[in-house]
Design a protein around this ligand. Structure first.
Ligand SMILES: Cc1cc2nc3c(=O)[nH]c(=O)nc-3n(C[C@H](O)[C@H](O)[C@H](O)COP(=O)(O)OP(=O)(O)OC[C@H]3O[C@@H](n4cnc5c(N)ncnc54)[C@H](O)[C@@H]3O)c2cc1C
Length: 270
């Protein structure tokens, strides 16, 4: 058993509730220090590491209507509880949202993809995560619900900083809506990681002239590159200031971002 300071490494005590309806969930989320639990693949490790100590976990996995993939010809809506594995295996996503289909197998390992959810990943807003960058590149719209009612937020305005989003206390991300790829659209997802399944050192979600980097700032970092590759390289060098991580300094990450830019350019712009 892992030990920290002579004690077992496990979560602090917390209350647990599994609401059967959204109304019940909103009531529970109004209680002090309550937190949403979805797939638990980020939240539970953070509890075990004592990085978070909520009084109440509100398990939303029993809520109907928050899971699944549906299309209307113009867009594909993916419920917040849809797992990474379901996204990875979906023929509809492969056909209509190819950028997301390319990104899904790069998210963590199969065991985590079986439980982790789209909503959990977007709400967590880890700057090295794949889906937030894809959502910004594709101009996705997020459907949010709370006690006060429903609202929508554009992905480009949703990510506010390191693990920080536009979600207000008590609000739940219910779905994300992605535009259907049109003929002539080109997209590619690329990332560099130490081992497959690790969080990316740097990654790139590119869709037409929009290039969105992950692992390169406190949130997805978006560029519109309309000119030639040389101009894009110059703009990247001037505009991207990646923070160092445990293994790579900022200059290395900037270099790797340039490598991904060139690979993506050669795939979708030539
Ligand atoms: C070893 C390991 C490797 C990983 N590698 C990657 C990786 O390479 N790329 C990557 O993107 N992720 C990675 N992850 C994280 C994984 O993808 C998680 O599944 C995901 O980040 C969170 O989804 P979840 O459903 O598990 O959410 P949870 O862990 O249950 O919740 C995460 C956070 O989101 C909030 N939340 C969850 N759902 C909602 C909602 N619908 N509305 C509002 N708030 C909500 C929770 O309150 C919590 O704060 C990794 C995890 C592990 C353990």
């Amino acid at each position: 058993m892992a030990r920290a300071e002579g004690k077992a490494l496990k979560a602090p005590a917390f209350g647990y509730a599994k609401p059967a309806s959204l109304a019940e969930a909103f009531e529970l989320l109004g209680r002090p220090n309550a937190k949403i639990l979805a797939g638990g693949q980020s939240l539970i490790p953070s509890l075990n590491l004592r990085l978070s100590s909520p009084d109440l976990l509100v398990d939303i996995t029993g809520l109907k209507g928050l899971s699944g993939i549906s299309g209307n010809g113009n867009s594909i809506t993916i419920g917040a509880l849809t797992t990474h594995a379901q996204i990875e295996k979906s023929a509809e996503i492969k056909k209509h949202v190819p950028l997301l289909a390319q990104a899904a197998p790069q998210v963590a390992h199969p065991a985590i993809r079986n439980r982790g959810t789209l909503g959990g990943s977007l709400a967590l807003a880890d700057p090295a995560a794949e889906y937030p960058a894809c959502a910004v590149a594709l101009d996705a719209v997020f459907h949010i619900e709370g006690k006060q009612g429903k609202r929508q937020a554009k992905a480009s305005a949703f990510f506010k900083g390191l693990f920080e989003t536009d979600l207000k206390p008590g609000e739940l991300l219910v779905a994300a809506e992605f535009p259907v790829a049109r003929s002539g659209d080109r997209s590619v997802f690329l990332e560099l990681a130490r081992r497959h399944g690790d969080y990316a050192i740097v990654g790139l979600a590119a869709h037409n002239d929009r290039f969105v980097f992950l692992g390169a700032g406190d949130r997805p970092v978006s560029f519109a590159f309309k000119e030639n590759l040389e101009g894009a390289r110059r703009a990247l060098k001037a505009g991207l200031k990646p923070p160092a991580d445990l293994y790579n300094n900022s200059a290395t990450k900037l270099h790797l971002a340039g490598v991904l830019l060139e690979r993506a350019w050669n795939t979708i712009r030539t």
